[in-house]
Design a protein around this ligand. Structure first.
Ligand code: NAD
Length: 305
């Protein structure tokens, strides 16, 4: 399969490396010159359980992208999704599908404004990756990947993606209705990310105080109500599911926490900010906890140079 990955950071590089190792024709596309040059010179270094292997694959700057791929994967951070979708739209063919496995809510909707909505595949992945430096990523965790057509319409190409990913060791299944899957992952992030980012604690830290757990319960309750207003029914026990994830990933710093630690812009707009935005769309403006968490993170990151 010809695969282009726009946004070759931690996750784009990881998926690109696994797919290239499995024999697919992969091209990584990014705006980060040192990273692209390092991959083209030395190959991509993937670190797993203390061992490093080098994988040869193509890497290109965005402006040089010409390929017509069977699959384009968008793996930029959510605040760059529309730029990446514009890039993708310039070179996709009739049968190309465009996949987002980014965190947050709104990426697929942004993409449907730029790319034919029938081509958009969305989903979630439990793989984790960390950028170590140019040309070097760490495979930080493995887990299932779930994908589906964002439009809900059937598309034969979905089965090819599932087969190609599984062959590459990326355990993947397709579902008919992917929206609840993306919502569930969003709600885990709503419960953990902003609170850990603002307080400097690791994920497990949200379980230490009853008052922190109450804050998580309130943020999650608002998000579940907004999902309901959007026609998405989620399980009653979403806050407990957040606590389970916080326990299982207790020693990790959330991705938003890492962004704040490195003084980078976060994905707050696609996480708690998405709850605020969607609540307003549904004339359901009762999301004070998510509004406050969003405003605090936005205030914090607005002072980064
Ligand atoms: P990252 O910051 O490591 O990578 C993003 C890459 O996009 C960078 O290399 C950046 O240079 C590039 N980029 C920015 N603007 C671009 C543009 N216009 N065109 C092309 N490239 C551009 O981020 P990441 O950790 O790989 O995360 C990507 C997405 O995956 C996020 O939505 C994140 O929430 C999600 N995610 C991450 C993990 C993880 O463990 N890292 C796990 C699951 C989901």
């Amino acid at each position: 399969m010809n695969i282009s990955i726009i946004g070759a950071g931690a996750m784009g590089s990881l998926f690109g490396a696994l797919l290239a190792e499995s024999g697919e024709n992969v091209c990584l596309i990014d705006i980060w010159k040192e990273h692209i040059n390092a991959i083209n010179t030395n190959g991509l270094a993937i670190e797993l359980d203390g061992k490093t292997r080098f994988i040869k694959l193509k890497a290109e700057f965005v402006e040089n992208m010409v390929d017509r791929s069977d699959l384009v994967i968008i793996f930029v951070k959510s605040n760059q999704t529309s730029e990446a979708a514009e890039t993708a739209n310039k070179f996709i063919g009739d049968k190309t599908l465009v996949l987002t496995l980014q965190n947050g809510m709104g990426n697929a909707d942004v993409m449907t404004k730029i790319i034919d909505p029938k081509k958009i595949v969305a989903g979630t992945t439990s793989h984790g990756a960390t950028m170590i430096g140019p040309g070097h990523v760490r495979h930080a965790g493995k887990g299932p990947t779930v994908i589906g057509m964002w439009s809900g319409e059937k598309n034969e190409g979905l089965a090819d993606i599932v087969e190609t990913f599984n062959k590459a060791g990326i355990e993947t299944k397709a579902v008919e209705d992917v929206k609840p899957v993306v919502w569930k992952k969003l709600i885990i992030n709503v419960g953990i990310n902003a609170i850990t980012a603002l307080t400097g604690i690791k994920n497990g830290g949200i379980l230490d105080l009853e008052s922190t757990k109450d804050l998580v319960r309130e943020a999650v309750k608002e998000a579940v109500a907004v999902a309901d207003a959007q026609g998405i029914k989620l399980p009653e026990d979403m806050a407990d599911q957040v606590f389970k994830v916080a326990e299982a990933t207790g020693a990790n710093r959330s991705s938003m926490g890492q962004d704040i630690d490195h003084r980078r812009q976060t994905e707050i707009g696609a996480i708690n900010g998405a709850i605020v935005r969607l609540a307003a769309q549904s004339n359901f403006d009762m999301v004070p906890v998510n509004k406050t968490l969003t405003a605090l993170v936005e205030t914090y990151q607005s002072h980064f140079q």
